[in-house]
Design a protein around this ligand. Structure first.
Ligand SMILES: NC(=O)c1ccc[n+]([C@@H]2O[C@H](COP(=O)([O-])OP(=O)(O)OC[C@H]3O[C@@H](n4cnc5c(N)ncnc54)[C@H](OP(=O)(O)O)[C@@H]3O)[C@@H](O)[C@H]2O)c1
Length: 254
């Protein structure tokens, strides 16, 4: 059985991946497995999809849910053609003033669960399988006011790029997706205690465009996917200019 697995499939870019991959892989895969906590949202999305879907309502931070998922893989022995790790969240604000559980939760979902999911799926992949990891342009440099989130995404980007090299000999291709702000429900939670810099809001992208580019980049075996000229320019800047200079400049931005 050939399958695609998408985490974070109840909202935002995870939904977009489900819809676009459903179109790309019509009749060439057997099932799309959709993972998130909100089952109703996933069922609603699945209704408009052509492929057979399997809705797995799981909290990826709960060991018992991940064990259930591991057992499902053992039972079904699928070939994982693509894994999209989209589950994630961010909370903005000053580190020492934010809720500690929410801060640690970002590490649990964005880093630990993504790593565990990747580890569990690789044994079921074969030549030409793909892994798409949702990092962020926040991975490019430290972000005061978004400290833990940016650090978690730097982890995702670093982990994914190393994995690209390790898996090259198996012909499994990994893409780290690094968008700037994307217009999804992400900001409902992210901005509850803090605000995005106005300059960042100007570069807000549409989820369908970011996901389309990510899928294309994955098919082209690119290790990093960056949508839009603004964010590519930011990537170049963050590579070329010492981070302390950029951090000092950011102090004066609102
Ligand atoms: N939007 C942006 O500006 C932006 C920019 C760069 C990168 N990203 C990254 O892109 C990814 C997708 O974000 P989005 O913008 O699509 O946000 P979103 O609309 O808020 O979607 C986040 C998804 O993650 C799932 N999720 C969160 N915690 C979970 C948990 N414990 N267990 C299972 N699923 C969980 C949510 O599902 P349930 O709540 O149903 O569990 C939801 O489906 C994230 O990794 C985010 O960090 C977003």
């Amino acid at each position: 059985m050939n399958i695609i697995i998408i985490t974070g499939a109840s909202s935002g870019m995870g939904v977009e991946f489900a819809l676009q991959l459903d179109n790309v892989f019509t009749y060439t895969i057997d099932e799309i497995w959709m993972i998130a906590r909100r089952k109703e949202q996933m069922l609603e999305v699945a209704e408009s999809m052509m492929n057979t879907t399997r809705i797995l309502d799981m909290d990826v931070t709960k060991p018992e849910d991940m064990e259930r998922f591991k057992n499902l893989l053992v039972k079904e022995k699928p070939t994982v053609r693509m894994l999209v790790n989209c589950a994630g969240y961010g909370v903005m604000g000053e580190f020492s003033k934010l809720n500690m559980q929410e801060e640690l939760g970002m590490i649990d979902v964005n880093c630990k669960a993504l790593t565990q999911m990747t580890y569990m799926c690789i044994p079921y992949m074969r030549e030409n399988s793909r892994i798409i990891q949702l990092a962020s342009s926040a991975a490019f440099m430290p972000q005061p006011g978004f400290a833990v989130y940016a650090a978690s995404k730097a982890y995702v980007n670093s982990f994914s790029r190393a994995l690209t090299e390790e898996l090259r000999k198996k012909k499994i291709y990994v893409t780290s997706v690094c968008p700037g702000p994307v217009d999804t429900p992400f900001f409902d939670l992210a901005e509850k205690d803090g605000k995005t810099l106005a300059i960042k809001k100007l570069t807000m992208a549409l989820p369908e465009k970011v996901v389309e580019k990510a899928i294309q980049d994955s098919f082209h075996k690119r290790s990093v996917s960056v949508y839009s000229g603004y964010i590519k320019a930011f990537e170049v800047l963050a590579k070329a200019v010492p981070h302390q200079i950029l951090l000092t400049a950011m102090r004066y931005m609102k």
